[in-house]
Design a protein around this ligand. Structure first.
Ligand SMILES: Cc1ncc(COP(=O)(O)O)c(C=O)c1O
Length: 455
């Protein structure tokens, strides 16, 4: 297919009616959420545009949440909303899970952070090293973004090289060196096999000599780039499930070849499993059978609290050992704070192999039901494990450029219409399940989505 084709080529007749209802759907939302509107007005006077976190921005304003319990959120207007995104996949047990609350409460009474280590970080590191076969050592941080930043620092120090390869359409958090070509517009794409590195923010100082952007799932482009620049490349940073592109999987052989090329040219292979770790007891890498040198983690390992981690080869992470000359430094007032460690450990302990398998089976069921609902429509259902994504495009999604054919306006309006019916998904229509999600939640969500499709 022509990757720059827009959804309009095939789907206009389908997308137009819902888009035409946009003003009516927005008016209904405003009518349902006067308290959130008022809070948003107040926020706008103190926070730029009313927000302090880009990913939760939505038109006309986000719902303000008063509390969450299990799979249910209650907003400041007292509406009960079924959560279908669980703070961007970070709460696999749902909100205020009793085991996590108990672990955090127990730790809170003992203090929340110290200028010294606590046993809890050893316990949590043990959990990660037990589950991730590639993890021999771990360093904790406070976000997935920080984990990525430090992983790149380790890779550059280990190899003595500067350039990092990332893939077009991949989001790895807000560190400057990975804030390139996350969602570039078609007129700035560049060649399909050699995408232009497009900044996703003002204020970035330049990618030259630091970042190379490649198309996801294109092994030939990867081989050519490594042949040309291998000696300058410190690391290849890749998501084993490409989240922003639509939770799409690597094609068979793509990661395997990447592993071989990294071995041949001395490049560090970094898997970003900030989201993908939840796919299996041994992470996405356990399912795929490819062993990275470093893995970045976040989200679920914090049990709902801020967290990040770099896990991987002992010889690479040894660069941060205290007495090593020219070491990699890595500070952080709240690194491995005992509250996060306690919440993370309680969460990971609850996510046994059986529990994860049941969660993933639920994901399989919801994707298959959504697939049935969307049969014959210009909508794609993608995802893996307990994650799903609805994309408004008639095209199969395999990389950023096919993902970019989606009609984002349709998705955004569908998301607001679902919020009116009491379901929270981001405007991109990503979704996930938690163990707190029941069959009833799923059935009601499917019914709301069917009604939105007029089915
Ligand atoms: C794959 C991936 N990497 C890194 C990050 C950044 O994590 P954080 O938001 O904790 O900084 C995210 C966040 O969504 C992510 O999806």
């Amino acid at each position: 297919m022509n990757a720059t084709a827009t959804a309009r080529d095939l789907g206009d007749d389908f997308y137009a009616p819902l888009k035409a209802r946009g003003p009516e759907i927005e008016a209904r939302y405003r009518g349902l959420t006067p308290a959130s509107a008022e809070l948003h007005d107040r926020a706008e006077r103190l926070l730029p545009g009313g927000y302090t976190r880009d990913s939760i921005i939505r038109k006309p304003y986000a719902p303000y949440i008063a509390r969450g319990e299990g799979a249910t959120l209650v907003d400041r207007d007292g509406r009960r909303i079924t959560d279908m995104w669980f703070n961007a996949t970070s709460l696999p047990l749902g909100h205020a899970d009793g085991r996590v609350v108990a672990a955090v409460n127990a730790q809170l009474k003992l203090g929340s952070s110290y200028f010294a280590p606590s046993e809890s970080e050893i316990d949590m590191a043990g959990v990660i090293c037990e589950r991730l076969r590639s993890a021999e050592r771990v360093r904790f941080a406070n976000s997935g973004s920080e984990a990525v930043m430090f992983a790149l620092r380790f890779a550059r120090a280990f190899t003595g090289r500067d350039v990092v390869v990332k893939f077009e359409g991949s989001y790895h958090g807000s560190y400057d060196d990975v804030y390139w070509s996350i969602s570039p517009p078609p007129d700035r794409f560049g060649a399909p096999d050699q995408p232009t590195a497009v900044p996703d923010s003002a204020g970035l100082t330049g990618s030259a000599g630091r970042v190379l952007v490649l198309p996801y799932n294109d092994t030939d482009a990867l081989e050519r780039t490594v042949r040309r620049h291998g000696g300058e490349i410190a690391a290849i940073l890749v998501e084993p499930l490409a989240n922003r592109m639509g939770l799409i999987a690597p094609k068979p052989g793509f990661l395997e070849r990447m592993r071989e090329l990294c071995d041949a040219r001395g490049m560090v292979l970094i898997f970003d499993e900030v989201i993908a770790f939840r796919l299996g007891f041994n992470g996405a890498q356990g399912l795929l059978g490819v062993r990275p040198d470093l893995t970045t983690l976040g989200k679920i390992i914090g049990g709902g609290f801020p967290v990040g981690a770099v896990a991987g080869r002992a010889d690479i992470l040894a660069l941060s050992e205290p007495r090593r000359p020219g070491r990699v430094t890595h500070a952080g007032t709240f690194n491995a704070n005992p509250i996060t460690m306690a919440a993370g450990k309680a969460t990971m302990d609850a996510l046994t192999e059986d529990v994860l398998a049941a969660l993933n089976a639920g994901g399989e069921r919801i994707r298959s039901s959504l697939g049935e609902l969307c049969r014959g429509l210009p909508l794609q259902i993608t995802g893996a494990g307990s994650l799903f994504k609805i994309s408004a495009t008639p095209h199969e999604i395999t990389d950023y450029r096919t993902a970019a054919t989606a009609d984002r306006e349709w998705q955004e309006i569908a998301s607001l219409a679902l919020l009116n019916e009491g379901f929270l998904l981001p405007p991109s229509l990503h979704g996930c399940l938690a163990t707190a999600t029941t069959d009833d939640h799923v059935e009601r969500f499917l019914a709301a989505f069917a009604s939105l499709l007029g089915r």
